[in-house]
Design a protein around this ligand. Structure first.
Ligand SMILES: *Cc1c(COP(=O)(O)O)cnc(C)c1O
Length: 531
């Protein structure tokens, strides 16, 4: 919870205080329960379990033994269960309705994948089991690797990276190793990244000691080819380019870009986070890509969020394949083995990026997703994702302002032009969507578009649900443009458990530690714990 919330309201300050801010006696809104912090609910001395007195043992803590109470809130088991269940119900989720953040945050995860990942023998695997007992698991990794290579048209793949950003690190380390082998590592220190790049791209390049040079976009939202060519030289190691890009557009000059990059002796790193839009239709290998990470948790639909789990295998061209990190899954005759040292592989692996072999649960879900769709189904998913985005774009373009002309790929991108002089901002618009029962779309990203609103419906929303979503946005856009609703928008969300928070203050001065609100007496155990 953010600190701009006044804790003297709600249950913290007692039911009377809550009632003063609320039309109901309790502060609850129907079955939306006004939720205090767990510390505010606790009672000293209450405990959810009965533990026997520990036997007396000699203190060997050398004076470090805690003297005060531990300071945890005292609650019964049902209180804890109810608190967290109520909190969980305040989350919007992909399983609750239209979710315009799309595959990059989460698209529908078919339940068959979950079932397969939980099969005994897969769910119970341990990475330290003898290799003879995990032959099927190794074959599963290799089978997925085969699909990834086939779908991208690339000869090799490093399976172990644990996320997209980790895959970027892997791919850029392979590029650095290839440059080192050519004796050019110290000479080629620049990585080019379009202005619209996802933040992880420049972060990865910088973390590896490269200097990042931004490349501007043209008025069509694509990389400006002339600026790119002007930036290319003998000091450039690579370009990191997302395709389809973060404006939801296909880089139509990608072949020309890749040719120019290679002519300059540099490598082409493709950020494959948006692969969902082209899988089965376009093979990045045919576009001249040298390496590309695939966010299995985005395109191949494994549940993620809140930091994981993810998986970011990186496909590699022939030039980069020898540098793929350990472990390599190798087949000798009928038997699989895990190659983890120099003598065991025919290459120059750049080392290890991760303990063990990668994210087995994600591999299993991704392979299940791929095999249950088949090659034709994957292609249809990509086509449906693009169709849905264009449907949204076409249905909204007369009331909102598309950022760029023409059809889009998997995302419909609008700027805030339609809100000009209305007193309503992108943020207000997004908050008003919450009142209508929708999680807002991606806002203010990409940065190259003013007040950006980026909608990615994905392939899995029913048309009638999209129609209601579209109607809601049309209604909001028309209300905003009427010029009389600015105050209403500024007050949104009006029906959420929490109203508008001061997000700037929350980001600048986060309160990360709970303290009792009323000055605790000296030596208060809760205060000690908080300090
Ligand atoms: C999500 C994303 C990444 C980072 O991937 P993670 O799996 O979150 O580390 C990189 N680039 C783009 C364009 C993305 O959308």
């Amino acid at each position: 919870m953010v600190q701009s919330l006044d804790r003297s309201q709600g249950r913290a300050g007692g039911i009377a205080a809550a009632a003063s801010d609320s039309p109901t006696f309790t502060g609850n809104r129907a079955l939306q329960i006004e939720e205090p912090l767990i510390f505010e609910m606790g009672q000293p001395g209450r405990c959810g379990v009965d533990l026997p007195e520990p036997p007396k043992v000699k203190d060997r803590l050398n004076g470090l033994k805690r003297t005060g109470e531990i300071g945890l809130p005292g609650l019964s088991e049902p209180q804890v269960v109810q608190h967290y269940t109520r909190l969980s119900q305040k989350n919007y989720a992909i399983d609750m309705g239209v979710y315009p953040l799309g595959s990059c945050t989460m698209k529908h995860n078919p339940r068959i994948n979950e079932k397969v990942a939980r099969l005994p023998g897969i769910g119970d695997l341990h990475p330290l089991q003898p290799v003879s007992t995990v032959q099927g698991a190794l074959e599963l990794i290799d089978r997925l690797a085969h699909w990834l290579k086939t779908l991208t048209g690339m000869p090799a793949v490093a399976m172990s990276p644990a996320a997209g950003a980790h895959g970027e690190m892997c791919g850029m380390m392979a590029i650095a190793a290839a440059l080192e082998a050519r004796g050019e590592r110290s000479k080629r220190r620049v990585v080019l990244a379009p202005e619209s790049a996802h933040g992880t791209n420049p972060a990865t390049a910088a973390a590896l000691g490269f200097t990042v040079k931004p490349i501007p976009a043209n008025e069509r939202g694509r990389v400006d080819l002339a600026s790119l060519k002007a930036a290319l030289g003998s000091d450039v190691a690579a370009i990191m380019l997302t395709n389809p890009n973060t404006c939801g557009l296909f880089e139509s000059e990608i072949v020309e870009i890749s040719r120019a990059v290679h002519e300059a002796g540099a490598f082409f790193y493709c950020d494959g986070a948006n692969f969902n839009a082209i899988v089965g239709r376009v093979r990045p290998g045919d576009l001249g890509v040298d390496c590309m990470h695939i966010n299995l948790h985005k395109t191949f639909s494994t549940p993620h969020g809140g930091g994981g789990p993810g998986a970011g295998p990186v496909v590699l061209s022939a030039a980069l394949a020898p540098y793929a990190p350990y472990p390599w899954i190798v087949k000798d005759g009928e038997k699989w083995r895990v190659a983890e040292d120099g003598a065991a592989v025919d290459g120059k692996p750049l080392g290890r990026l991760k303990a063990f072999h990668g994210q087995m649960g994600m591999f299993t879900r991704a392979l299940s997703y791929i095999m249950s769709h088949g090659a034709d189904g994957l292609k249809q998913a990509a086509e449906d994702a693009v169709l849905s985005a264009n449907y949204v774009m076409a249905a909204l373009k007369d009331v909102m302002t598309p950022a760029f002309e023409g059809p889009c790929m998997h995302e419909a991108l609008f700027d805030d032009g339609f809100l000009k002089d209305t007193g309503v901002s992108t943020l207000d618009f997004a908050k008003a969507m919450i009142d209508e029962g929708y999680h807002p779309m991606t806002m203010y990203f990409p940065l190259v578009v003013h007040g950006a609103m980026l909608i990615e419906p994905t392939e899995s929303q029913a048309k009638e649900d999209l129609d209601v979503f579209i109607a809601a946005l049309r209604s909001l856009a028309e209300r905003a443009k009427s010029g009389t609703a600015a105050e209403e928008f500024k007050a949104a969300p009006r029906f959420a458990p929490r109203r508008r928070l001061d997000e700037t203050l929350a980001a600048r001065k986060p309160v990360l530690r709970w303290r009792p609100s009323n000055n605790p007496p000296e030596g208060d155990p809760l205060k000690q714990a908080a300090d």
